[in-house]
Structure formats: C-alpha cells, structure tokens
Design a protein around this ligand. Structure first.
Ligand SMILES: *Cc1c(COP(=O)(O)O)cnc(C)c1O
Length: 354
C-alpha cells in the first residue's frame, strides 16, 4: 500500500525507536519525567515561547489553547474550513463555551480586513470576540501558507483590540520549510502555538502547545481534566525530541513530491488543480469534472494499492510524507491517471448505451 491519506501515517524512524527504548522516564503528572521536561523546554525554545506542554493530540492542544485564551460565551474567529471547527467535535463549544464566527476564505487564509469586520465590541446583543485562530499551514485548503505580512497584520490588529491569537500550527514546520523562516519567527506574534509531532515530523504521537508560562500553567490543569495527564510518557517524548531535531530538514523532500504529484495531476483531463498553489505537502485536487465521485475514486485507488482520502463531494486529498518516496509517488500518479481515464471511458460507454 502507498498511503497518501495523511502524514499522520508516518511510522517512527529507527532513531526514534532507539530513543524510546533508552528514554529516561518518571511520573509526568508529578513533573518528574526528565524526557518530557526536556521535550517541553526544547519545544518552547523552538516555538519562541516561555513554556510548552506536551499533549497527546493536536485536538487537545487546540482545545486547551482556546480555553486559556477565552471566557465562556465569547466568540472565536476562524476561517470556515478550520480544523478547529470541522474536525474537533465542537470542542470550542463543548469545552470552552465559545461560539465560532467562521469567515469563508478562498485559500483558508484570513486577512486582517476580514477579521476586523467580525470583531465585536462589547454591546448588549452580540457575543464578544475572545480570540482569533489561524491555521498555518491550512489543511483542507491544500497546505496553504500564510505570508508573514498577513500574520503580522492579523496579530497586531487583534492585539490592539484586546483579542488574542492562537496559531493552529499542526504543520508549522512545513510552513517554515516553505517560507524559509524559523518556527519561532512565524509564531512570534501569536499568543499560543500548537504543533504536531505526529504528522510530517514522524513521531508516533503527541503535540505541543506553547505560550506564556502563566497560560501553560493553567493549561496543565486543563490537560489533566481532559484526561491528558500521562505518567511515564517520556517514551513518547523521546521520539518527539528526535522528531524535532531530525525531521524538519527533510520536509522539503515531501514538498517536492507534492509538487510533482500536482504537476502530474494537472495534466489529467478533467482534474482541476493549480500546481503553482501547492506550497507544502498537501495536494487537494478537484475531480468533479471527471464525472466521478471522489469517494469512488478513493475506493478504486484502494483496489490498486493506493490510499487517498475523498475530503468532500468534489475533491480528493493526497498528503506526502517520508514514508512515501518519489518512486511511489510516480506509481500513485499512474494509478490516479489510469483510474480517472478508466472512469471517463466507463462513463462515456454507459452514456452511449443509454
Ligand atoms: C491534524 C491537525 C490537528 C490535530 O489533530 P490530532 O489528530 O488531534 O492530533 C489540528 N489542526 C490541524 C490543522 C490538523 O491538520
């Protein structure tokens, strides 16, 4: 199987497994796991924040971030396809008691102008704005990257109005590789940053939430409430430390593979994708003009040993990562091309007979 469903499918490298085997551990709820403490210190440094928390998932990191940045009954502004909104089981409402103010965007990226118009001053009718959430890179929009200037405008503008900013940087290392700018600089103006160790960086699981020490102290308690108080979790932190040191430099290879896939897909009749807009490791392509449903394409590809997810009623998503090399991308591209042409032939044939 060539698995392009997500970069979450990456398996830990031999170096990670060795580090896990050798990890020094303790009870992390007592803050006595030396490996977790090292990971949190290193992650804070990379994020350019005072402190960091090791959390089991990105969803928990985002959940805690929104909780510490907002009060019950406030609004959180994000784009309308945000992971926080569509893939986290309404945790903003369920756990933090916040409404979402979703802004439709072309490429998943908010602008200060759009955000500004949705910030609500205190008044007797509307929910006040508590936070803005930006997704860097944007998953469902196809790994799109916020330019620094846009991020600065949003963060500075929000702060001027007393609104805080969370960066859902699940794939911030991909953004960093694409922009050639270090993570701490990309996240510098955001109050909190979440990033995943378990995606393109390849750790078996775990994410980081980073921000001011006072917020991370509060966040530690929310992590416990959510069932994220883990014990000898240095085993996982050890893999995370290797991921932080060794994986970021390799992401450019995934980006080149994604570009390669996008360029190939753009040549398939009926497929809509602009390869120049594929900036990182996510390739979202529209198959609606091929006359076949994305779910069917995904099912047919599976029969050929290629895994890609249908993400809506028009698009299929392929995500590159270090467990799929260029040769496998070539094979995947051939399979997609054949599948879509087959589909078109079948559709034409059935149109003729009917
Ligand atoms: C994957 C992802 C998350 C977190 O996902 P988990 O599966 O909970 O680790 C958050 N935001 C974005 C944009 C993601 O792609």
């Amino acid at each position: 199987m060539i698995d392009l469903r997500s970069d979450t499918v990456t398996k830990p490298t031999p170096a990670m497994r060795q580090a896990m085997f050798e990890a020094e551990v303790g009870d992390d709820v007592y803050r006595e796991d030396p490996t977790v403490n090292r990971l949190e210190a290193r992650a804070a440094e990379i994020a350019g924040k005072e402190a960091a928390l090791f959390v089991p998932t990105g969803t928990m990191g985002n959940t805690i971030a929104i909780k510490v940045l907002t009060e019950h009954g406030q609004e959180v502004i994000c784009d309308s396809r945000a992971h926080l909104l569509d893939y986290e089981l309404s945790m903003m409402a369920w756990f933090s008691g916040c409404l979402v103010r979703a802004i439709p965007t072309e490429r998943g990226l908010l602008s200060w102008d759009a955000v500004r118009r949705q910030i609500r001053p205190v008044n007797p009718y509307g929910a006040p704005t508590g936070a803005v959430a930006v997704e860097q890179t944007h998953n469902m929009a196809g790994g799109t990257v916020y330019p620094m200037s846009t991020l600065c405008e949003i963060c500075d503008g929000a702060h001027e109005r007393g609104v805080r900013v969370h960066m859902d940087g699940a794939r911030i290392f991909n953004a960093s590789a694409a922009l050639g700018i270090p993570v701490h600089e990309i996240a510098s103006r955001a109050d909190t940053l979440m990033f995943c160790l378990s995606k393109g960086l390849g750790a078996p699981s775990g994410s980081i939430l980073a921000g001011p020490a006072s917020l991370m102290d509060k966040g530690r308690l929310y992590r416990k409430r959510l069932g994220g108080g883990m014990r000898q979790v240095g085993m996982l932190a050890a893999a995370g430390l290797v991921a932080l040191e060794e994986s970021p430099a390799k992401l450019v290879i995934d980006h080149a593979n994604a570009k390669f896939l996008a360029e190939g897909l753009a040549k398939v009749p009926g497929v809509q994708i602009d390869p120049s807009k594929v900036e990182t490791n996510i390739v979202v392509f529209d198959v609606s003009a091929t006359g076949h449903a994305p779910a069917d394409v995904s099912a047919r590809l599976r029969q050929r040993g290629i895994l890609m997810n249908a993400i809506n009623d028009r698009c299929v998503r392929a995500v590159t990562h270090y467990d799929v090399d260029r040769a496998q991308c070539i094979a995947a591209l051939e399979a997609v091309t054949e599948t879509l042409l087959e589909t078109q032939a079948a559709t034409t044939a059935s149109a003729k007979t009917s």
